[in-house]
Ligand binder design. Structure first.
Ligand SMILES: Cc1ncc(COP(=O)(O)O)c(C=O)c1O
Length: 434
């Protein structure tokens, strides 16, 4: 066992997913990760959808280094730093209309907590609505609105006052071939939940525009429009959790833009600073004004180095047309995988937006989730130099979320390996069954 793996085992609290042998990474660039033995991998998971502009983008690194020479820490809420102010201004420019005021934190869960709190203060109401199969982070408030037993187990009981709605998981719904009917039903379940499962004291509904950990669940195009109508009628805020789907990942700067709806609060993290720790929630000025002095602070939030990196990162996204690249590469990947699906019964569904792509694996026509097979696919890919993710509430969704700068050549190589993996695992499955 390598020294690093041994030290993790001895000294780091590792409640990570049970997993195959970890890769000990020495350096990374773009979509290439190099381990301590000099072996290169094509990274199709981007550090769980974080380095959208690629690992160690030279412009992001240069901006961070330049900032480090000037000022590293500033406790932005007592003193102010230039990059934090500049980034807040930039966020107002790139956000959907009207969302112009930003609070900065350090990680996704922290930003979710702040958004939930702000919604309460603004509305004067106390309950929340969320989606089954959702994931919003590991802190207690975030877990309270998370709809996934796998993430919540052994941590409860959680906060009262959260009602969960069915996820807009078309593939596993009774209306798989009728998305309009599905949306009608889901809008009705929202009405019903407000009426029967709350005390009509709901501050906000929180939802991921594309559900990441739940298994790359992409709601139908009119889903959020219909949901927002119901929310508006009941004066309930909509918090869009774009921690995973934001920053060009889905082919638009924010995934909710695909749905023609503006959330009341939009939460970001992961891809915001290309790997530097930073998170944010952004809202309309009148909602932001519900925080009075001292209501909400974070010592490290809005760190100048992270903000300088984020500014450079967003500039790179604009200069290198990463939204367009995400759309084009994503369409290419989905087309190739749909062709593989035609002769691979293991693949039940290929879905995604931009480069946020899920491949749902099943054992049989009854759609029994093939979780062990998904793990086997990941392991095969790892051994053949390609890093992919596995997720979904049933653990049966292979996830392709590479850096958006990944080249066509790297994508082709990764897809060749993935195709071999799917064939290998399908073959094993057939042999095991006979
Ligand atoms: C949609 C979503 N929200 C929140 C989080 C929590 O973010 P963090 O791990 O930075 O706390 C995650 C992390 O995977 C996520 O995918």
């Amino acid at each position: 066992m390598s020294n690093t793996i041994q030290k993790y085992s001895d000294y780091v609290i590792t409640s990570f997913m049970k997993s195959i042998q970890p890769v000990v990474v020495e350096r990374a660039s773009g979509a290439t990760v190099t381990d301590v033995n000099g072996r290169e991998y094509v990274d199709c998971f981007a550090g769980i959808s974080v380095v959208n502009a690629g690992h160690n983008h030279p412009k992001v690194i240069a901006a961070a280094k330049a900032q480090m020479d000037k000022l590293v820490h500033c406790a932005s809420y007592i003193y102010h730093s230039q990059p934090t102010a500049d980034l807040a201004e930039k966020m107002a420019e790139i956000m959907p209309g009207g969302l112009t005021k930003t609070f900065f934190g350090n990680g996704g869960a922290e930003a979710i907590e702040g958004a939930l709190k702000l919604a309460r203060l603004y509305t004067g109401k106390h309950e929340y609505l969320s989606l089954q199969m959702s994931f919003h982070g590991r802190s207690w408030g975030a877990l309270s609105v998370t709809g996934n037993y796998g993430r919540k187990k052994r941590g409860g009981p959680y906060a009262a006052g959260v009602a969960f709605l069915p996820a807009p998981y078309l593939f596993r719904s009774p209306w798989r071939d009728d998305p309009d009917e599905a949306v009608r039903q889901w809008a009705q379940t929202l009405e019903d939940a407000i009426r029967y499962s709350t005390s009509n004291d709901v501050a906000a509904l929180i939802a991921e525009p594309v559900m990441g950990e739940g298994g790359i669940i992409v709601p139908p195009p009119n889903y959020f429009r219909e949901i927002k109508k119901v929310l508006d009628a009941h004066k309930i805020l909509f918090i869009a959790d774009e921690v995973q789907s934001g920053f060009a990942r889905t082919g638009k700067m924010f995934a909710i833009e695909h749905y023609g709806v503006t959330p009341d609060i939009l939460v970001t993290a992961k891809g915001i600073a290309d790997g530097f720790p930073l998170s944010a929630f952004t809202t309309r000025p009148e909602i932001a004004a519900a925080f009075t002095p001292g209501d909400h602070l974070s010592t490290f939030g809005g760190n100048p180095v992270s903000c300088a990196a984020a500014l450079a990162n967003i500039q790179v996204m604009e200069d290198e047309n990463l939204c367009q690249r995400s759309r084009e590469s994503g369409a290419y990947v989905v087309e190739r995988l749909k062709n593989v699906q035609k002769h691979t019964p293991l693949i039940a569904d290929v879905r995604g937006l931009g480069l946020m792509i899920g491949i749902e694996l099943v054992k049989d026509a009854a759609l029994t989730p093939a979780a062990a097979e998904a793990e086997a696919v990941r392991e095969f890919c790892l051994h053949h130099g390609v890093l992919i993710g596995v997720g979904g509430v049933f653990g049966n969704v292979v996830r392709m979320q590479p850096p958006l700068v990944i080249s066509r050549q790297q994508l082709d190589h990764a897809l060749d390996v993935l195709e071999q993996a799917l064939a290998d695992v399908s073959g094993k499955k057939v042999r095991a069954a006979s």
